[in-house]
Design a protein around this ligand. Sequence first.
Ligand code: ADE
Length: 225
Amino acid sequence: MRIDIITVLPELLKSPFEASILKRAISAGLVEVHLHNLRDYTTDNYKSIDDTQFGGGAGMVMMIEPIDKCISQLKAARTYDEVIYMTPDGKTLNQGMANTLSLKENIIILCGHYKGVDQRVRDLLITKEISIGDYVLSGGELGAAVLCDAVIRLIPGVLGNETSALTDSFQDNLLAPPIYTKPREYKGMKVPEILFSGHFAKIEKWREDKAYEHTKERRPDLLED
Ligand code: ADE
């Protein structure tokens, strides 16, 4: 998979890809992440990427020209499955969307700033708009990092143990069951006995029951879907 991220703050997007699972995925050649500084696609001496709103109003608007130039150059080199715009009024990211995106070949992610982008960018160039939650961030970069993390860990081969993504919360619309490790007892709190039974089918059934209980208590909305 190849991910091209268009941003005015590439420095904000370096460290998420320099540690742990994302770093390993890149080193193993399972994903390529390319950062593009939008200012490199400007045509004026000031490297302007934004301007005031037509009709008046507070806040700057990102202009279409540099964005179109950057996306057009990328599209001239390969075909893209999605051009995603990170925005608080997009569709809220969930595990199903991450699963779907993890199967794509090439995606572009555009990070918004200020008041956002000129509507014509959204009408002409964007195929999917994604929010990471009902709150407003200063820009789309942190949202893009969250999206990339959620997607990249699902690419086949990225997680060491292939089954571990299958037991994550939200797979099958359930939250994950409780997990335990050593010590067997801590300050009087014991690990449930069933986990030492060696009876795999019973342990699996216990985990399913716990996942269901946990979901019913915390996120009953997930069970309605
Ligand atoms: N940009 C600003 N706020 C955002 C959000 N909640 N999700 C995605 N991108 C954003």
